[in-house]
Structure formats: structure tokens, C-alpha cells
Write a protein that binds this ligand. Sequence first.
Ligand SMILES: [Zn+2]
Length: 434
Amino acid sequence: MVNRLARNRRSAAIGWCLGVVLLALASPLSAEIVADIVARCPTSPRSLSEVMAALDRLQTTGRCTLTLLGNTPQKRPLVLAEVTDPQSPYRKATLFIIARQHGNEPAGTEAALALLEHFATAPTTLEKEILKFLRLVAVPVANPDGTAVGRRANANGVDLNRDWAALSQPETRMIDAAVRRVQPDAILDLHELPANSAKDSYGENFLETVGSSAALPALLSQRTKQITKALTAWLRTFGYNHNVYYDYPGDNLMLCHRYFGLYQQYPTFLCEAKTGPGRPLRTRVGFHVVSALVVANYLMHEGAVSGLAASQPTAAAPKVAAASPDAAPQPPTPAPEPAQVQVTLDPAEGGRKQEARLRVQVRGGEGFSYVELSVGGKTRALSNLRDNLWPLNLGSLPPGTYQVRVTAYAEGETEMARGEITVKVTEQSVLAAF
Ligand SMILES: [Zn+2]
């Protein structure tokens, strides 16, 4: 796996040199592109036959190809769609999107369709330039039989996103084979979260991916760390609350993102869009779309010749509108309070082992972007919320004393402030040590 990542980098160098000027101008991360893609999504989800018809139409653009991966248990087609510029001489970054393993979670399908449609049909030069460097591959409906009847499991009653260690189902086997053939630079697995859930970690949009570990290729850890930081910062720019949780070797591989991340060792991201009041379909689709564009942007630019860094989130930060000439004079803005990070264990007297929660509050400072949380020197989570209750499974740690450190960053990854707490994990509980 290390070799594959390294080989991709080497072969990239020659092609990229020629295209570097074009590439430098080709970023899909603009408010206009995001708005255009999200506007392609209907206000309510399309039926399976409407989705298949929309995919068929894309083939006529000349930029989209469909491949039949095989048939589901109820003989429905499992389709792979690909949008790129087949004439481009440059090495392309390949993003592989898996959507709707759970048939009752339509946002992933709509996001994948909107992305494919935008890049296959957008008439502007920018999208055409982007496709010279990007190969967008998607399974827009990973569970057609479940989708047809709006249920989570496939026709055999199996939850596909618990089947990756076993690969017992035709759908998971076909997608696994497709990923091995395509050899993408990164994988996104798109899901939706229930509006009401007892699980703390299900309270907000979140993403789960591979953490940095000596047991994994350094390039894999490095890419997932950089991409998750970019995602957390960009999602804040686009108004999405967002947490990141990291997985480590030893975690159960039955989930798709862990199978492809920890086992197959691709940079893989589970994207969970929260449902509920105030989060209509287009809002959830926007979360997936921004996530896909951030990863695509990173892959396109990170693979380029050295010195051309991935664009920074601040580049597209919304501009402050100039005051109109007749606007009333504004009082001078007071200097911001210096940034401060407060970390407490919730409840204050210590929690039961599996329920340890940390309250993190970032006060003051300007241009807050995200916080990074590490336990015993190991990064466990990111969040773009100033005030957050972290559902950390400290109970998975062996008994001992751990330093918990929370670092707040401003836009552009400048460190703002740090907070620390020492916690004592015993067989029965997690206690804050004073
Ligand atoms: Zn799901």
C-alpha cells in the first residue's frame, strides 16, 4: 500500500509539471460552484428510477461513463459513474464516492448525482480545467434494492455497512472489486444521521477517518490528517458544524470506511450528515458536496509539483460587504479578548468509564477555525465548534493517567490557545485529576 501511494506520487511529477499553471487556477472550492451544485438537488429525494434516468442522461454529455458492476440480489443494476476529461494528458486525482449503502439515506445519492451532473454539464472553462486534473468516480446508489423500498438493509436483510469484514453480499463484493480496479486517491462514504439519537457522537454532522499511527503508512496518516483539518476549516466557512473522530488499528473493520481506510489503506472518510428540523435535503447534500470538493481540491493540489500547496480555507472566506455611503457611522470595534481554551470533564466528578465526556469551550480570539483534541499525545478528534461536548471513548484506553490537550486554531492554521486537563482512567471510571 505504501508502494502504491509512493508510485502515484512519482508518476505524477512529470505530467503535473506541464499542467501546473492550469492547475493553480483550478480550485473547485468557490461559493458559486457549491451553490450551483446544491441547486441541482431537488427539494425532495428522487425515486430510484428517476435517479437511474438522470444517470443515463449524463452519458450523452461525453464526459460521463457508466459501468455496470453487476446485479443485486433482486436483479437491479449496480452502477459506477465516472466523470473526467478523457483527453487530458495530465495525471488525475481520483476521488471515489460510495453513496447510500443504507437505502433510507437519500442525501448521499443526491449529492453524488449533483456533483457528477455539475462537472459533466457545466459550461464554464473552470470546470473543464478541473476535469483535466480530476477523475470523479461514484457508486451513487450502493444499495438499489433497499433504496427501491426505502429501507436500510439490502434485499437479504443485511446492513451493508456492517458487512465489510465478511464481504458476504454481492453489493459489498462488487464495490470492493471496483475500488481495487480504480485505485482511487481517496474514498468518501456518504451517510445520514438520525435526527434524535442517544449517542453523543451522533449529535452533529461528523466525519470518521484513519488516525496517525506508526502501524500505518506515514503518507496515509499524513494525508488523512491534512484533509480532515482542511475539511473542518472549510465546513465552518460554509456554515456547517462538524466533528471529526479518528480510528486506529484494532478497530472493527466491518464498517466500510474502516475496511478501506485501516485495512486497504486508502485515505477514506465516513461523512455523516445530521438530519432533523432546520436540516432539509439540500442542507444535508451541501454538507456532502463541500466535503467532496475539499477532498478533491486537496488531492488535485497535493499531488502537484512541490511548492504548490493546497489552497487555504481563508482564500474563499466570505468577503465582508463594504458599508454603503449613507450608512450610519459605526462605533469603533473593541479589541477582542485573548483566546482561551477551557477543558472540563463532564460530569465534573467523573463519568462512568464508557461515558466519559469532555466539555471544551473556546472563548475570545479572532477568526476561530477549529480545535484539535489529543489524549496521551494521540490525536483523537477535531471540531469546528467553539463550545462542544466531546463524546470520547476514554474507556477504550488501558487504565492510567493521560494528558488531554485541546489546541484551538484560527483561520490559516495559526495556533490561538491551548487548554489541558489530566484524566485518570481506572477499571470503573474516568476521573479528572487536579
Ligand atoms: Zn448510513
